[in-house]
Structures are given as structure tokens and as C-alpha cells.
Design a protein around this ligand. Structure first.
Ligand code: GAL
Length: 633
């Protein structure tokens, strides 16, 4: 498949006289895609029922006439002001019980039936009008579900929906009381109507209650999305996508992705480095103009899985952004590197956000491909270069990797419910494993937690899966691959209760985690021979072979047949030791990478990128700072 480029454009922000020249310039730059429409509701329907679609007809036509393909977004992330008068209780409510007001975006609660019907209505109007438009080649539902902390809402609508959801799940209130252990602190309920949302309690609510509410909230996103998808699909054959946001884990992206053809995500490497990567200040300084060397790749691999192979970057950082604590400019070359790295991981398209910097409103400090005065900005120049390279480049594809890493949103909900130590999160636990694998030069496939067929993988890493259904345990125990579990594997049952026999209770693994402890981050527990457990550690009662020991002499990592169990949160060195040894035994070649150099294998190339600010050596030769190197295999 030929890889493509695109941009995000807001025709409603600019005088109509500019559209044609913009469209021509996009095409001349080598762009294929232009995403529009996702925030335009107040201009499509300025007053209830007053439909003004003519301008959008002309915008789509102008872009299409220039040879561009349109991704049409549904505008539901920005309901117009008049809608709040129609549905005053449609806004989400925060944990303190305060309504989240109009004046920015995403001001709706996923559970509000009145807003869901408004969403159906506007999506139907758009789908009917543009479903057969030859220029509309793909769709996007809404915009970044969950961004700005908008999945969980403590509204009246959510409370009503949650009670029904609980009734469906548990059947009887006695079953719920039993499953949650509500005998504790006299929390028993006499009926589902007594159950409130788990906020504003005196001290922490029952973790079973919190986890159930997180699951319910996640399901509400999938339900909302599916309503849009069903309407669009009735009128159009074009693929439907959603643009997920990096490190948003409050809803199950795989479940939303089940109803879509393409997964896309919004990649802001410098914005993420400051507040989503979990990096210390030194790392942030080193990569301040490049981004973390693994964070983008992790999401590329994640969304390849969410999209069942079809995925894009829908928004690529084009320069300084406006929303991180600090907003530096990228090193020259990075906007090209980010695009090539995405293609190396199988992206079909990379679209830069946004076409022209807006001189007004919230994002006036956010760069675009053009400056506000219409001159070329650095992103346009680098995109042009990528477009030239794409014309000459062979097709790239992402074949199955030797190593798989499981990622399960439900496990993230459970860790968030009960982190057990400050700063411990499932995402970070999985991401640390991913980084260790990448620093060994490995290509990695991320698999959803529901996967049961591991054919073709030599190593399957499944850290932190706090609840593991029996069939998953069985499938992993029977897999041909070496399987790495722990910490916290199968530590809770489906309702957030400690199971007996004690975890992980894996077939084929004689192991019980007899006690767990969380540790101050500055008090690691060293391993014999190097590396340490940091922040979290488990005591292992086992008959299996110990392969790494704590300096105290207790077992840290154990192994029986194909199952390895890591009884703590390994630091970089510990994880390297564990996976290096497994790779060696499994016959997987590794290349130790340092600094910002990383690689990814395609069918016939190894594509190297250098996130470092200095040139570096690779086995394939020298790579410039912010450089990309194509090594034939
Ligand atoms: C994304 C969002 C865009 C824009 C961008 C700014 O999260 O989808 O609409 O706000 O961030 O970086």
C-alpha cells in the first residue's frame, strides 16, 4: 500500500476566498488527505433546526476539485451553546459534583440520552448529505474521546445508567453484595436504586464499586460511538475512524475499535514528553526537542492492534504546541522523522495538525504547516520532503514481530482503582517492558487482552494483568512462546477481590504470591548481579527454578517450563537482563541500542531513527541527529 500524507483543516476559520488557494497548496505539497468538520456544529446549525450546510458543500467540493480526499468528522465534540439551554443537564459532572461548563469543548456526558439523540440527529443529517459524496473518502467519529478527562462523569444520567448496567451484570442485589464484599463497613444495599456513584464518599469507596463504575463509563463511550457508526454506515461505504489521544486509558479503545475500520491517533511527541511519558527531568531535557524515543512507537504498535492492522496518525505535531507545561520547537528534521517512524510501524497515512496556525482563540500558540501570515512554516517544508521521499520509496509494511506484548484497558482500570503505591500505573508497567524490548532492537506487536492465539510469537510478555480469565491462563500456559507474567498477574478476580488459591494460580506454575508490598521510589530492592525492583515487589512461594534473586537471597524472577514470573516492578537494567536471556534462549537476535537510536523491521527494510540531538553509530552506519536510515534486510 502506498503511504500518504494529509492535514487537518478548518474551512470555517478562514474567508471562503482562501479555500481554493489552500487546497491547491495542499495538493502541491504532496498531501492526499484533508480532515475537516469535527468542530463545526455551530456553523452547521447556528440555531436549533437552522441547517447551514451550503458552505460545507462548497468546502468539500473545493478540496475535492484540487484532488484531495476528505476525511469528514462528526461535530459532536463541540455542541453549540444553544444546546445547553435545551438540555441543561447534558454536561458532564466532575468528581466534586461540579458541572463542567460550556466555553471550550467535550462538554457533554456520554450517558445523557437527550444529547445522544442530538448526536444521532446531526450525524444522520451529515451522513445523508455526504454519504455518497465522491470526495468524502473516510469518516471520523467525534474527536478524541476521553481527552480532557471526559470519560468519567458523575452526573444524574450516569447514575441512572450505572444502576441499569449493574442490574444487567449482577442480576440480583444479593449477588452484587456478595461479589463486592459489601458486608465490610455495613455497605450492603437492599436494591440497585440505592447505589450511588463512587464519588464524594468520606474515605475511599469499595474498589469493586469503583472498578465497576470505570467499566460502565468505558462502555458508555463504545455505545455512543456505535450509534454514530451505525448511522454513517447506513449511508456510506467509506471507512470510519476515530482519532484516539496518546495515553488516554479511561475507556477500552479495542471495544470502540471493534466498530470501526481504521484506528487513528494524535501524536504530539513534545507535548507528551512533559506530562505523559513519566520521564524524569534529565530525560526531559535530553529529548525536549525530539520527544521520548519509545512513546510514539508504543502507540503506533497499540493502534495497529486497535485498528486490526489499519491505522493512521490523524494529528502529527507540526511545531510548538500550546498545551504542555513547556512548549519547545522540534529539532529540524523531527517532523520528517516522526512521519517515517509511523510508516515503519505500518501507518497508512500521517496528517499534520493543522494546516494554518489560527491567530485567535485557545490554540493561537499552536503551530501549523503555515504561519498565520500564510508563509510556509517548518512543518510544511518537512512534509514536502516526506512527500518527495514517498514518491520514490518502496511500499513498507509491518510484518508479524517475534515478540508480543499484551495490553488490556481493563487492567488499567483496575490499577487506577487500586494502585497500591503512589505513581504506580498499569500503563507505565507495560510501557517500561516495551522500552526494554525496543532497547534490545526488537520489533514488537501489541495484542489486546482478549487474544488467545499466540501462534508465531517466540516471546509473549503479559505484565500487570491484574485479572486473568481462566481461558487466558490456559492459552498462555499452552502457548509455544515463552510467556512472561508479573507483577500483579491474576492478583484479583473479576470483581476486584483477592482470589484463593492465592495468585497467580496459573496452570503449570507452582507459585503463590504470598505477600505484596509497595516501596518508596527512592528505596529500590537490588537484584544480585545488577538491576532492582522499584516501587513494588512480591514475596514468592514457589517450587519453580529461581532465575534472578534479590540481594537478600529471596526469589525475584522464577521460571517453570514456558512460564516466567517477575515478582516486582523491574527497573531498566532488570528488565534488560530478563528479556536478553529469554531472547538468547529463544534464538531471537538482539542489538543493544543506546541513546535515542531505535529501529523497526518492515518486510524488506530495517528502518532506523535517531531521537538523539547528536549523530550516532548504528550497525547499519552513521545516523544524523533527527535522522532516518533505511537498511535493506
Ligand atoms: C488534539 C485535538 C486537536 C487540537 C490538538 C492541539 O488533542 O484533537 O483538536 O486541539 O490537540 O495539539
Amino acid at each position: 500500500m502506498k503511504r500518504t500524507l494529509g492535514t487537518c483543516y478548518y474551512p470555517e476559520h478562514w474567508p471562503e476566498e482562501m479555500w481554493e488557494a489552500d487546497a491547491r497548496r495542499m495538493a502541491e505539497t504532496g498531501l492526499t488527505w484533508v480532515r475537516i468538520g469535527e468542530f463545526a456544529w455551530s456553523r452547521l446549525e447556528p440555531a436549533p433546526g437552522d441547517l447551514q450546510f451550503d458552505w460545507l458543500d462548497r468546502a468539500i467540493d473545493t478540496l475535492g476539485q484540487a484532488g484531495l480526499k476528505v476525511v469528514l468528522g462528526t461535530p459532536t465534540a463541540t455542541p453549540p451553546r444553544w444546546m445547553i439551554d435545551r438540555h441543561p443537564d447534558m454536561v458532564a459532572v466532575d468528581a466534586n459534583g461540579h458541572p463542567r461548563k460550556f466555553g471550550s469543548r467535550r462538554h457533554y456526558c456520554f450517558s445523557h440520552e437527550g444529547f445522544r439523540e442530538e448526536s444521532d440527529r446531526i450525524v444522520r443529517l451529515i451522513a445523508e448529505r455526504y454519504g455518497r459524496n465522491p470526495h468524502v473518502a473516510a469518516w471520523q467519529t467525534d474527536n478524541e474521546y476521553g481527552c480532557h478527562d471526559t470519560v468519567i462523569s458523575y452526573s444524574g444520567a450516569a447514575r441512572r445508567g450505572f444502576r441499569i448496567w449493574l442490574q444487567n451484570r449482577y442480576g440480583s442485589i444479593e449477588a452484587l453484595n456478595r461479589a463486592w464484599g459489601n458486608v465490610f463497613w455495613s455497605m450492603d444495599y437492599a436494591s440497585f436504586d440505592e447505589i450511588d456513584l463512587p464519588n464524594l464518599t468520606v474515605t475511599e469507596p469499595n474498589p469493586s464499586h469503583t472498578l465497576a463504575f470505570r467499566r460502565f463509563s468505558s462502555d458508555q463511550v463504545a455505545v455512543f460511538n456505535k450509534r454514530q457508526v451505525d448511522i454513517i454506515r447506513a449511508h456510506s461505504d467509506a471507512p470510519i475512524s476515530h482519532n484516539y489521544m496518546g495515553r488516554i486509558t479511561e475507556f477500552d479503545h479495542f471495544k470502540v475499535g471493534d466498530d470501526l475500520e481504521i484506528a487513528t491517533w494524535d501524536s504530539y511527541p513534545l507535548g507528551f514528553l512533559e506530562d505523559r511519558v513519566g520521564a524524569d527531568a534529565g530525560h526531559q531535557r535530553t529529548y525536549m526537542r525530539q520527544g521520548d524515543p519509545d512513546f510514539q512507537a508504543f502507540h503506533h504498535d497499540l493502534y495497529r492492534a486497535v485498528g486490526k492492522g489499519r491505522w493512521w496518525v490523524m494529528e502529527q505535531q507540526p511545531g510548538p504546541v500550546n498545551w504542555a507545561p513547556y512548549n519547545p520547537a522540534p529539532l529540524p528534521g523531527m517532523m520528517r522523522l516522526w512521519a517515517w517512524e509511523a510508516y515503519a510501524h505500518g501507518a497508512e497515512a500521517v496528517c499534520y495538525f493543522r494546516w494554518r496556525q489560527a491567530p485567535f482563540a485557545q490554540e493561537q500558540m499552536h503551530a501549523g504547516m503555515l504561519r498565520p501570515d500564510n508563509a510556509d512554516a517548518p512543518a510544511l517544508i518537512e512534509a514536502r520532503k516526506v512527500a518527495d521521499e514517498l514518491r520514490k520509496a518502496p511500499d513498507v509494511s509491518a510484518p508479524q514481530a517475534p515478540v508480543a506484548l499484551l495490553f488490556d484497558y481493563d487492567a488499567d482500570f483496575a490499577w487506577a482503582t487500586q494502585p497500591h503505591g503512589a505513581g504506580l500505573s498499569y500503563f507505565q508497567c507495560v510501557f517500561d517492558t516495551y522500552k526494554a524490548l525496543r532497547k534490545l532492537g526488537l520489533s514488537v506487536d501489541i495484542l489486546r487482552g482478549e487474544t488467545r492465539d499466540f501462534t508465531g510469537y517466540k516471546i509473549v510478555a503479559a505484565p500487570g494483568l491484574i485479572y486473568m480469565p481462566q481461558d487466558l491462563k490456559q492459552a498462555l500456559a499452552e502457548a509455544d512462546a515463552d510467556v512472561v507474567l508479573g507483577p500483579r498477574s491474576a492478583a484479583r478476580n473479576a470483581d476486584m477481590v483477592i482470589p484463593v488459591p492465592l495468585p497467580p494460580d496459573m496452570p503449570g506454575l507452582e507459585l503463590a504470591v504470598s505477600r505484596v508490598e509497595s516501596l518508596r521510589p527512592d528505596m529500590p530492592m537490588p537484584l544480585k548481579g545488577g538491576g532492582a525492583f522499584v516501587g513494588y515487589r512480591e514475596e514468592l512461594e514457589t517450587a519453580a527454578e529461581t532465575i534472578l534473586e534479590l540481594e537478600t537471597g529471596e526469589p525475584a524472577v522464577i521460571r517453570q517450563e514456558n512460564l516466567t514470573y517477575v515478582g516486582g516492578w523491574g527497573d531498566e537494567h532488570a528488565l534488560k537482563r530478563i528479556y536478553e536471556q529469554l531472547c538468547e534462549e529463544a534464538g531471537i537476535g538482539t542489538t543493544e541500542l543506546s541513546g535515542g537510536v531505535r529501529c523497526r523491521d518492515t518486510d524488506d527494510l530495517r528502518i532506523w531513527v535517531n531521537y538523539g540531538a547528536d549523530a550516532a553509530e548504528t550497525p547499519a552506519g552513521r545516523i544524523e541527529a533527527a535522522g532516518v536510515l533505511f537498511e535493506p534486510k
